[in-house]
Design a protein around this ligand. Sequence first.
Ligand code: NAD
Length: 300
Amino acid sequence: MPSIPVVAVVGTGVIGRSWVQVFIRAGCQTRVYDENPDQIEKALTWLEAERAITSLVSVHTNLSDALKGAGYVQESGPEQMEVKKAIYARLDDAAGPDAILGSSTSAYDMSEIASGLSGARRCIVAHPVNPPHVIPVVEILPGTETDPEVVAQTREFMTSVGQTPVLLKRYVPAFLLNRMQAALIREAVSLVESGVADVDAVDAVIRDGLGLRWALMGPFAVADTNADGGIREYFTRYGQAYKNCMDQLGPTPSFDAEMIERLGRGTDAMSGNAPRSETLRWRDRLIRKIRDLKAADPRP
Ligand code: NAD
């Protein structure tokens, strides 16, 4: 049972529509609003293709209507600070006094988004991974003015709709997930740029190497299994080797047009002629199977 029965999703693009599926799957009455009605139509078509229980969805062309009775709002508008601030000002004005205003922002500080709002205490970051209806982690991060009770209620709500909330202790740009992703992508691009390996080889060492373990355990738990004496022995023995390697990792890539084109040719070669939509369906299907396997055979 969801701990908050009526919710609103504001912004129904790639992330918003997937949040709608998370909420209705958990049994929430889900009220949706997007500034662009075409986006709502697209989201409804997508939800029907996902066999979502669309009877739990109500569509609103007016933001205040969409927020009526909602105890939790998931803001999923564009990632631009000025736009986020403008949306939050409208949400704070129109939402009920006890509604929690969660944002899907991938990198911003809620202290800045909610700065000057009378309801800053109920504003919080709830950053998902794409797509949240398939991947459960949600990074939870309060702003400086967020009420600790709002943090607790948001964590409880996310758990009750089947997500896995992870709490950050303080703000850092791009949070945990995108910082670690950026560190890996920086090195991946640098290895291709400097001619060490091609795109497929770099992907293969994740896809058929590190990624298989990472689906089960994070980097610290993996380190704990890489030596008979666990992480203490592992980093005592290999800490210096890691330091030497870290000292000569590649620079920040340029991401210039030529580099992006080179990466694009590499991924085109890997995908052949398969339509991207088919690859997405395959990805979601297999991630679900991995999650089922993990649930049926949990870590000892
Ligand atoms: P998107 O462009 O697909 O969707 C944004 C939606 O917001 C559009 O439908 C747009 O019409 C709507 N919108 C614009 N202005 C609005 C307004 N004033 N009020 C209501 N709706 C408005 O973007 P997205 O990829 O879904 O990203 C949404 C948020 O989720 C961003 O903050 C992004 O950083 C975050 N996010 C994205 C991903 C990802 O991989 N795409 C992952 C995690 C978090």
